[in-house]
Design a protein around this ligand. Structure first.
Ligand code: C2O
Ligand code: CU
Length: 464
């Protein structure tokens, strides 16, 4: 066996990288791919799963061989590597939602990487700069692939964070199943042109109202990711004290208890929950939106009370997101609208065959071999403010890849200066989102209601 094994070389590279040499040359988000640890293998698979009334559903998609895609654990500032192995009958990619990484690792077909065809693989490697709750999903034929199961949660740990007594991670999503527990059509055009098509079966971690045990009187870190393709939630917690400590992967400026907190597809919430002292008592996370409020999951107190104090939850360390300079920032206007204009569907990752939506009057489904022009060309290192206006009667969770923004102001409400990657804009709202264009490449910006995304509400910015 050769002395220069791959591992040996990797070790050398790691030492080299740790000494700080090369970091500057590669750049802030250049990562240090050579120092990557052994990759986590994410193999797409078609499986059967029990999602409804004990019946088996066929044609469920996952990463791995059974059940929900794994919760991936990474550490802030430490290299991570994953090999996507595509074993399903459809090209795919992985996008690491909310993680600020090099453009080549962003998983958008055509814009940044080729399709990963059946039988092929693709190696992803990056170093997450931010701690928090993120998630991963394909960016190809997304309505079908995500709708059938390919959505997983990512936890980026900060070794400096305080220890909680327990941690629970929830992956929230629906499934469009018929009475026989088999998939039905993923969307209806008339719904795609409105709020998006809802699933028929609602789950948390692929379960109906799961219950998790946690120490009585203890402090629980509850991480919630909305990985559904359509549903907007209004969160409330009952039965215990709970405070939102982070949203979309970043600590909130001021903690608050969620009172019908609206979050849309792609968004995440972290709660610090203080469990009741009495053994057997439960705390429930509810969705109170619409006419059918629903318990999503419950936590049950077990054991003798730890008698913890909710005020003992230390503030989370802010992520190293650069501060937008409002004195020099250039403004970019962005209008979300409905459209009647038709674009042909093209590419395997292409459109749904309809265009209902547009950004600055251009309907583009994204993930196609013929991208439209970028929304704007941004200068590396400069500050920008996106002034976004929603001219439609629906809400849209608008997601920016590659960079985090700060919510500056809204025409309809008082906003907190949250750092985020996804903003749920309401009907007739105008919002200003500021950021530093510090990450070179082409970065998508789209609605995360996937039918909206794939029927026109997609664009991108180019940072050079
Ligand atoms: Cu969560 Cu363009 O993605
Ligand atoms: Cu939308």
């Amino acid at each position: 066996m050769s002395l220069f094994t791959r591992r040996g070389l990797l070790k050398t590279a790691a030492t080299f990288g740790a000494a700080g040499v090369g970091y500057g040359a590669i750049g802030r988000f250049g990562g240090w791919a050579a120092a990557s640890p052994d990759p986590v293998v994410l193999r797409t698979a078609k499986i059967q799963a029990t999602l409804m009334d004990g019946s088996q559903t066929n044609n469920v998609l996952t990463y791995g061989s059974a059940g929900m895609p794994p919760v991936l654990r990474m550490r802030k500032g430490e290299p991570f590597a994953a090999r996507l192995v595509n074993a399903i009958d459809d090209p795919t990619t992985i996008h690491w939602h909310g993680i600020r990484l090099p453009n080549k690792m962003d998983g958008v077909p055509f814009l940044v990487q080729p399709y990963v065809y059946t039988g092929d693989h693709f190696d992803y490697a990056f170093t997450p700069p931010d701690a928090g709750t993120f998630w991963y999903h394909p960016h190809c034929n997304t309505l079908e692939q995500m709708g059938h199961g390919l959505t997983g949660v990512i936890v980026v740990e900060n070794p400096g964070d305080q220890q909680f007594d327990a941690e629970v991670v929830l992956n929230l999503r629906d499934w469009r199943l018929g009475d026989d527990a088999q998939f039905i059509e993923q969307f209806r055009p008339r719904d795609a042109a409105r709020t998006g098509t809802y699933g028929t079966v609602r789950t948390a971690n692929w379960l109906d109202q799961p219950r998790y045990d946690a120490p009585s009187g203890g402090l629980v870190r509850l991480r919630v990711a909305i990985s559904d393709v359509t549903r907007i939630y209004a969160f409330r917690v009952e039965g215990g004290e709970a405070e939102v400590i982070a949203l979309d992967g970043n600590p909130v400026p001021r903690r608050f208890s969620p009172d019908a907190l609206l979050l849309g597809p792609g968004q995440r919430m972290e709660l610090a929950v203080r469990m009741p002292d009495d053994e057997g008592a439960t705390v429930s996370l509810r969705d109170v939106r619409g006419t059918k409020p629903k318990v999503i999951a419950t936590l049950r107190s077990v054991g003798a009370s730890l008698k913890r104090d909710a005020r003992d939850v230390a503030p989370l360390e802010p992520n190293p997101v650069p501060e937008v300079d409002l004195s020099t920032a250039q403004h970019i206007s962005l209008a979300l609208s409905a459209t009647a204009e038709n674009v042909p569907s093209n590419g395997i990752c292409g459109s749904l065959g309809y265009s209902f939506w547009a950004i600055n009057k251009v309907p583009w489904p994204g993930d196609t071999p013929d991208p439209t022009a970028p929304l704007a060309e941004l200068k590396l290192g400069k500050s920008y403010v996106i002034d976004m206006e929603n001219l439609t009667p629906q809400s849209h969770p608008i997601h920016l890849h590659g960079m985090s923004f700060k919510v500056l102001s809204s025409s309809t409400r008082q906003v907190e200066p949250l750092i985020s990657d996804t903003y749920l804009i309401q009907a007739n709202e105008k919002v200003s989102l500021g950021f530093v264009a510090d990450n070179p490449g082409d970065w998508l910006l789209h609605c995360h209601i996937i039918e909206h995304q794939k029927s026109g509400m997609t664009s991108y910015v180019r940072v050079v």
